[in-house]
Design a protein around this ligand. Sequence first.
Ligand code: AMP
Length: 560
Amino acid sequence: MITFKSLGLNAQLLKAVENLGFESPTEVQHKVIPILLENNTDLVALAQTGTGKTAAFGFPILQKINTENRNTQGLIISPTRELCLQITNDMSTYGQGLKNLNIVAIYGGASITEQAKKIKRGAQIIVATPGRLKDMIKRKMVNIRSIEYCVLDEADEMLNMGFYEDIKDILKNTPNDKDSWLFSATMPPEVNVIAKKFMHDPKEITVGTKNSSAKNISHQYYIVGARERYSALRAVISLNTDIFGCVFCRTKIETQKVADKLIKDGYKAAAIHGDLSQNQRDAVMQSFRKKKIQLLIATDVAARGIDVDDITHVINYQLPDEIEIYTHRSGRTGRAGKQGTSVIFITKSDQRKIRMIENKLQIKLAKQEMPSNETIFSNKVTHWINQIKNTPVKSDLNNYFSDAIESLKDIDKETLIELILSHEFKNFDFNPKLNDSRERNVEQRVNFDRSDRKINAPQDKDRFFINVGARDQYEWQTLKDFLRSFLKLGQEDVFQVEVMKNFSFFSTHKNHRDLVLKSFDNLIMDERKVNVELTKKGKTYSPKSRSKKKKSGFKKKKFR
Ligand code: AMP
């Protein structure tokens, strides 16, 4: 068995490996680490997220830098803030035994002066997103003129996101004789251009097949009618009751719509898309990471850098236009040696795309039949039985136990099970297609009735974030009622109310923007400040005039 020791790691790093419980190096680690430790070389590595690539470049940098020296020696550029923080976190864990090690993350959407202060204290390694790094170079807040190692992580994503010019400008500020290490999941021509232009005779490493998805992902597809995607999604969820998944849609509107429907149907779901502010996205991602959300509905852009282990399923609600994006999506599952499933919903007329994916990625996509309603139901019952069997007994219920036995004593076991089962599944719909069309009608009533038709154009509506949610005993109907009556708005003026555990979202017509923001400005309820924000990417809106502290008429609601 190949060991980390045989790769040439020093004692401090081996100790970290032991603490982390890594038993043996992953493929990318055993291919890359010895090369980087033994040589001063440029490197291009084709490896997916989840293959252990952070440690593949992280350990060599940590071993090679001099922590006695406070100058910046290593630079890691990553496409997104989430990934930047993840790398910083991982690198700090890997370097836990190195005295005086200082790794600083710099990324947009947070205080630039705070980040500059941290750099000033001495950062041997900087992990950065391209935009913020370029800005800080221009403002002379970072000095990368004498770095020895430069990593471009997820290079294909960075180019997809249009960072080519930024990367070019950043690299101009680095020395020619540094070692450059480029990591990418796919190798589109643009990445080749970067490798040719900025690297000297790089060594090439491929993990798995070029442009292919990780091996431990099973790829499946369902042929669905154009309007059956949602019922197909529910069927897949019912078949996999422990699903912890990411559902990819193509547009923000679709993303929100699917999340709204799932929430309405009782699933722990949330949407993440570009209309949410960075803080809101962080809140959603945190809930997902902590598994308070079971299904994350995302657009490709918002999902960039989602770095959550244990995702069991990636669902392609619609296929992306480019096959590379399919690779990125499916790479969110099957991480760190675990099994994952990537599911595609495709219409009959689009079936040829299945063959295209198979040919290009050299993978097999297995056709699945939609499960019958009986299968779904029997699955749910099995899951329910297992849950019951594994429920820890609550000792505080002991006092009521004898009462319950007394009340139920005349019912025989079979009848009792029948009654409990009927009670548990009283809301189960034995005809999901009918259910789906009914839902469509309900949705049409909401979306297309008189008041909403005016605001059908997305640019005419505002979406707000509010820091109250289910923990404050709100459901979407009660929150909608509260908002309407507090804002003195009509029945149709507040819509698309989405209640999460700790926060919620709602929409109004743009005309009501000032009213909404001013009404909640300084509102204190049960000693907690109610915070309402416009969900506009990168912008915070402040109302022109500030109203006096208001008292709410809704004292009964509990805010903690
Ligand atoms: P990465 O591809 O760097 O994002 O790594 C994905 C996950 O794999 C992270 O949670 C790492 O902690 C984990 N990991 C990295 N290397 C190993 C290893 N050799 N053995 C087990 N897990 C690992």
